[in-house]
Ligand binder design. Structure first.
Ligand code: NAP
Length: 253
Protein backbone atom coordinates (compact mmCIF):
# COMPACT_ATOMS: atom_id res chain seq x y z
CA UNK A 1 0.00 0.00 0.00
CA UNK A 2 1.57 3.33 -1.07
CA UNK A 3 -1.20 5.57 0.26
CA UNK A 4 1.19 8.32 1.47
CA UNK A 5 3.76 8.13 -1.27
CA UNK A 6 5.45 11.52 -1.81
CA UNK A 7 4.07 12.93 1.47
CA UNK A 8 6.37 14.55 4.04
CA UNK A 9 5.42 14.68 7.70
CA UNK A 10 6.79 16.05 10.98
CA UNK A 11 5.66 14.51 14.27
CA UNK A 12 6.50 16.45 17.44
CA UNK A 13 6.75 13.86 20.21
CA UNK A 14 7.17 10.91 17.88
CA UNK A 15 9.87 8.81 19.48
CA UNK A 16 7.47 6.40 21.16
CA UNK A 17 3.80 5.79 21.90
CA UNK A 18 1.12 7.39 19.73
CA UNK A 19 3.57 9.57 17.78
CA UNK A 20 5.82 6.67 16.82
CA UNK A 21 2.81 4.53 15.84
CA UNK A 22 1.69 7.36 13.55
CA UNK A 23 5.20 7.65 12.08
CA UNK A 24 5.33 3.91 11.38
CA UNK A 25 1.96 3.91 9.60
CA UNK A 26 3.08 6.84 7.47
CA UNK A 27 6.40 5.17 6.65
CA UNK A 28 4.62 1.90 5.76
CA UNK A 29 2.58 3.98 3.32
CA UNK A 30 5.83 5.36 1.82
CA UNK A 31 5.77 8.84 3.41
CA UNK A 32 9.00 10.45 4.65
CA UNK A 33 8.77 11.28 8.37
CA UNK A 34 10.79 13.37 10.81
CA UNK A 35 9.99 12.75 14.49
CA UNK A 36 11.16 14.63 17.58
CA UNK A 37 11.65 13.75 21.23
CA UNK A 38 13.60 14.98 24.23
CA UNK A 39 15.41 11.90 25.41
CA UNK A 40 18.58 10.95 23.54
CA UNK A 41 17.93 7.24 24.12
CA UNK A 42 14.42 7.43 22.67
CA UNK A 43 15.66 9.48 19.73
CA UNK A 44 18.34 6.87 19.03
CA UNK A 45 15.93 3.94 19.14
CA UNK A 46 12.94 5.55 17.41
CA UNK A 47 12.51 4.27 13.92
CA UNK A 48 15.63 2.11 14.09
CA UNK A 49 15.61 0.04 10.93
CA UNK A 50 12.94 2.33 9.40
CA UNK A 51 14.67 4.07 6.56
CA UNK A 52 11.81 6.56 6.08
CA UNK A 53 11.83 7.79 9.71
CA UNK A 54 14.43 10.24 10.97
CA UNK A 55 14.49 11.17 14.67
CA UNK A 56 15.76 14.50 16.02
CA UNK A 57 16.35 15.57 19.61
CA UNK A 58 14.36 18.74 20.14
CA UNK A 59 12.64 20.10 23.24
CA UNK A 60 9.28 21.61 22.32
CA UNK A 61 9.32 23.65 25.54
CA UNK A 62 12.39 25.55 24.31
CA UNK A 63 11.75 28.15 21.62
CA UNK A 64 15.40 27.99 20.48
CA UNK A 65 14.95 24.29 19.83
CA UNK A 66 11.77 25.00 17.86
CA UNK A 67 13.62 27.54 15.70
CA UNK A 68 16.51 25.09 15.19
CA UNK A 69 13.99 22.40 14.24
CA UNK A 70 12.39 24.70 11.66
CA UNK A 71 15.84 25.06 10.03
CA UNK A 72 16.37 21.29 10.03
CA UNK A 73 12.93 20.68 8.52
CA UNK A 74 13.63 23.27 5.83
CA UNK A 75 16.96 21.65 4.95
CA UNK A 76 15.62 18.10 5.13
CA UNK A 77 12.22 18.51 3.46
CA UNK A 78 11.72 22.06 2.19
CA UNK A 79 7.94 21.98 2.53
CA UNK A 80 5.89 19.45 4.46
CA UNK A 81 2.34 18.13 4.02
CA UNK A 82 1.48 17.27 7.59
CA UNK A 83 2.40 18.43 11.11
CA UNK A 84 1.35 16.28 14.07
CA UNK A 85 1.62 18.19 17.34
CA UNK A 86 1.63 15.20 19.68
CA UNK A 87 3.92 16.35 22.51
CA UNK A 88 2.39 16.09 25.94
CA UNK A 89 3.02 15.12 29.53
CA UNK A 90 0.63 14.63 32.44
CA UNK A 91 1.62 14.89 36.07
CA UNK A 92 -1.06 13.33 38.27
CA UNK A 93 -1.49 15.38 41.43
CA UNK A 94 -4.36 16.81 43.44
CA UNK A 95 -4.69 20.60 43.37
CA UNK A 96 -3.09 20.98 46.81
CA UNK A 97 0.09 19.27 45.58
CA UNK A 98 0.53 21.20 42.34
CA UNK A 99 3.77 23.19 42.43
CA UNK A 100 4.78 26.15 40.32
CA UNK A 101 7.36 23.88 38.68
CA UNK A 102 4.88 21.11 37.75
CA UNK A 103 2.36 23.71 36.52
CA UNK A 104 5.02 25.38 34.36
CA UNK A 105 6.31 22.02 33.03
CA UNK A 106 2.89 20.92 31.82
CA UNK A 107 1.89 24.28 30.35
CA UNK A 108 5.42 24.76 28.98
CA UNK A 109 5.35 21.55 26.94
CA UNK A 110 1.68 20.85 26.24
CA UNK A 111 0.48 24.39 25.59
CA UNK A 112 3.30 26.89 25.02
CA UNK A 113 5.32 24.28 23.11
CA UNK A 114 2.34 23.38 20.96
CA UNK A 115 1.49 27.00 20.17
CA UNK A 116 4.98 28.16 19.22
CA UNK A 117 5.70 24.97 17.28
CA UNK A 118 2.70 25.68 15.07
CA UNK A 119 3.54 29.37 14.83
CA UNK A 120 7.09 28.60 13.63
CA UNK A 121 6.56 25.44 11.58
CA UNK A 122 3.31 26.42 9.84
CA UNK A 123 5.15 28.50 7.21
CA UNK A 124 6.75 25.21 6.10
CA UNK A 125 3.41 23.45 5.56
CA UNK A 126 2.35 23.44 1.94
CA UNK A 127 -0.98 25.13 1.18
CA UNK A 128 -3.64 22.40 1.33
CA UNK A 129 -1.71 20.53 4.05
CA UNK A 130 -2.88 19.54 7.52
CA UNK A 131 -2.16 19.89 11.23
CA UNK A 132 -3.42 17.44 13.86
CA UNK A 133 -3.06 18.12 17.59
CA UNK A 134 -3.21 15.37 20.20
CA UNK A 135 -5.53 16.47 22.98
CA UNK A 136 -7.00 14.15 25.65
CA UNK A 137 -10.33 12.90 26.94
CA UNK A 138 -9.40 15.11 29.91
CA UNK A 139 -9.80 18.23 27.73
CA UNK A 140 -13.34 18.57 29.12
CA UNK A 141 -15.07 17.61 32.37
CA UNK A 142 -13.25 17.46 35.68
CA UNK A 143 -10.80 14.98 37.21
CA UNK A 144 -9.35 16.03 40.58
CA UNK A 145 -5.84 14.66 39.95
CA UNK A 146 -5.57 16.20 36.50
CA UNK A 147 -6.69 19.82 36.90
CA UNK A 148 -3.56 21.35 35.36
CA UNK A 149 -3.12 18.71 32.63
CA UNK A 150 -6.81 19.05 31.67
CA UNK A 151 -6.43 22.80 31.33
CA UNK A 152 -3.41 22.38 29.04
CA UNK A 153 -5.47 20.12 26.78
CA UNK A 154 -8.55 22.39 26.88
CA UNK A 155 -6.21 25.04 25.48
CA UNK A 156 -5.27 22.64 22.68
CA UNK A 157 -8.93 22.44 21.65
CA UNK A 158 -9.01 26.23 21.58
CA UNK A 159 -5.81 26.29 19.47
CA UNK A 160 -7.45 23.81 17.09
CA UNK A 161 -10.31 26.23 16.46
CA UNK A 162 -8.10 29.31 16.32
CA UNK A 163 -5.51 27.88 13.94
CA UNK A 164 -8.25 26.26 11.82
CA UNK A 165 -9.69 29.74 11.28
CA UNK A 166 -6.30 31.38 10.75
CA UNK A 167 -5.22 28.90 8.08
CA UNK A 168 -8.46 28.81 6.08
CA UNK A 169 -6.99 31.08 3.40
CA UNK A 170 -4.12 28.61 2.93
CA UNK A 171 -6.38 25.56 2.78
CA UNK A 172 -4.56 24.02 5.76
CA UNK A 173 -7.00 21.96 7.81
CA UNK A 174 -6.47 21.84 11.58
CA UNK A 175 -8.06 19.15 13.74
CA UNK A 176 -7.46 17.28 17.00
CA UNK A 177 -7.67 13.71 18.25
CA UNK A 178 -8.74 13.20 21.82
CA UNK A 179 -7.51 9.86 23.17
CA UNK A 180 -8.82 8.09 26.28
CA UNK A 181 -6.78 5.41 28.08
CA UNK A 182 -4.16 4.30 25.52
CA UNK A 183 -1.59 1.59 26.12
CA UNK A 184 1.74 3.36 25.45
CA UNK A 185 5.09 3.04 27.26
CA UNK A 186 4.11 5.87 29.65
CA UNK A 187 0.30 5.78 29.40
CA UNK A 188 0.79 9.49 28.80
CA UNK A 189 1.62 10.05 32.50
CA UNK A 190 5.06 11.17 33.68
CA UNK A 191 6.97 9.28 36.34
CA UNK A 192 4.72 6.26 36.96
CA UNK A 193 6.31 3.09 38.35
CA UNK A 194 5.59 -0.20 36.56
CA UNK A 195 3.04 -1.05 39.26
CA UNK A 196 1.32 2.34 38.98
CA UNK A 197 1.15 1.98 35.19
CA UNK A 198 -0.50 -1.42 35.57
CA UNK A 199 -3.01 0.14 38.00
CA UNK A 200 -3.69 2.96 35.54
CA UNK A 201 -4.27 0.48 32.74
CA UNK A 202 -6.62 -1.58 34.89
CA UNK A 203 -8.56 1.60 35.82
CA UNK A 204 -8.90 2.29 32.07
CA UNK A 205 -10.33 -1.21 31.52
CA UNK A 206 -12.83 -0.66 34.32
CA UNK A 207 -14.15 2.81 33.55
CA UNK A 208 -14.05 2.84 29.74
CA UNK A 209 -17.46 1.92 28.26
CA UNK A 210 -15.79 -0.37 25.69
CA UNK A 211 -14.12 -2.18 28.59
CA UNK A 212 -10.50 -1.88 27.49
CA UNK A 213 -7.55 0.45 26.85
CA UNK A 214 -7.00 1.55 23.27
CA UNK A 215 -3.81 1.00 21.28
CA UNK A 216 -1.41 3.59 19.89
CA UNK A 217 -2.20 2.22 16.45
CA UNK A 218 -5.93 2.96 16.89
CA UNK A 219 -5.11 6.59 17.66
CA UNK A 220 -2.59 6.76 14.80
CA UNK A 221 -5.24 5.66 12.30
CA UNK A 222 -7.58 8.42 13.53
CA UNK A 223 -4.73 10.97 13.23
CA UNK A 224 -4.04 9.96 9.64
CA UNK A 225 -7.75 9.97 8.78
CA UNK A 226 -7.91 13.61 9.89
CA UNK A 227 -4.64 14.47 8.17
CA UNK A 228 -5.29 12.95 4.75
CA UNK A 229 -8.83 11.59 4.29
CA UNK A 230 -11.07 14.07 6.12
CA UNK A 231 -10.87 16.66 3.34
CA UNK A 232 -14.05 18.50 4.41
CA UNK A 233 -13.20 18.64 8.13
CA UNK A 234 -11.44 21.45 9.96
CA UNK A 235 -11.59 22.81 13.51
CA UNK A 236 -12.91 19.44 14.73
CA UNK A 237 -12.09 17.01 17.49
CA UNK A 238 -12.22 13.24 16.95
CA UNK A 239 -12.48 11.27 20.19
CA UNK A 240 -10.61 7.95 20.31
CA UNK A 241 -11.60 6.97 23.82
CA UNK A 242 -13.72 3.81 23.79
CA UNK A 243 -16.71 6.00 24.68
CA UNK A 244 -15.13 7.37 27.89
CA UNK A 245 -15.85 11.02 27.18
CA UNK A 246 -19.20 10.44 25.48
CA UNK A 247 -21.75 10.16 28.31
CA UNK A 248 -22.51 6.53 27.47
CA UNK A 249 -22.62 3.66 29.95
CA UNK A 250 -22.52 -0.13 29.63
CA UNK A 251 -25.91 -1.84 29.86
CA UNK A 252 -26.50 -3.01 33.46
CA UNK A 253 -28.99 -5.77 32.57
P1 NAP B 1 4.59 8.92 25.26
O1 NAP B 1 4.64 7.48 24.88
O2 NAP B 1 5.11 9.35 26.59
O3 NAP B 1 5.26 9.77 24.10
C1 NAP B 1 5.34 11.16 24.22
C2 NAP B 1 6.27 11.67 23.15
O4 NAP B 1 6.40 13.09 23.31
C3 NAP B 1 7.65 11.08 23.27
O5 NAP B 1 8.20 10.97 21.98
C4 NAP B 1 8.37 12.14 24.10
O6 NAP B 1 9.77 12.12 23.91
C5 NAP B 1 7.77 13.39 23.49
N1 NAP B 1 7.92 14.56 24.31
C6 NAP B 1 7.47 14.78 25.56
N2 NAP B 1 7.82 16.00 25.96
C7 NAP B 1 8.53 16.56 24.93
C8 NAP B 1 9.17 17.80 24.73
N3 NAP B 1 9.20 18.74 25.67
N4 NAP B 1 9.79 18.02 23.54
C9 NAP B 1 9.78 17.08 22.58
N5 NAP B 1 9.20 15.89 22.71
C10 NAP B 1 8.58 15.64 23.88
O7 NAP B 1 3.12 9.48 25.25
P2 NAP B 1 1.78 8.91 24.60
O8 NAP B 1 1.10 8.14 25.66
O9 NAP B 1 2.02 8.33 23.27
O10 NAP B 1 1.00 10.30 24.45
C11 NAP B 1 1.14 11.11 23.33
C12 NAP B 1 0.17 12.25 23.41
O11 NAP B 1 -1.14 11.73 23.66
C13 NAP B 1 0.45 13.24 24.54
O12 NAP B 1 0.13 14.54 24.10
C14 NAP B 1 -0.52 12.82 25.63
O13 NAP B 1 -0.86 13.89 26.49
C15 NAP B 1 -1.69 12.37 24.79
N6 NAP B 1 -2.56 11.41 25.48
C16 NAP B 1 -2.10 10.16 25.82
C17 NAP B 1 -2.97 9.28 26.45
C18 NAP B 1 -2.56 7.88 26.86
O14 NAP B 1 -3.33 7.20 27.56
N7 NAP B 1 -1.40 7.37 26.46
C19 NAP B 1 -4.29 9.67 26.73
C20 NAP B 1 -4.70 10.94 26.36
C21 NAP B 1 -3.83 11.81 25.73
P3 NAP B 1 10.73 11.76 25.15
O15 NAP B 1 10.34 10.39 25.60
O16 NAP B 1 12.07 11.82 24.55
O17 NAP B 1 10.46 12.79 26.20
Amino acid sequence: MKHYSGKKAVILGGTHGIGLATAKLLAEGSAEVLVTGRSKTNVETAGKGERRIRAIQSDAADLRDIDALAKIVTEHFGQIDFLHVNIGIAELEPAAEVTEASYDRQFGINTKGAFFSVQRLAPLIADGGAIVFTSSVADHGGTPGMIVYSATKAAIISFTSGFAAAFLPRGIRVNAVSPGFIKTPTHGVAGLSGEERAGFESLGDQITPMGRNGTADEVARAVLFLAFDATYTTGSKLSVDGGLGQRITRPQV
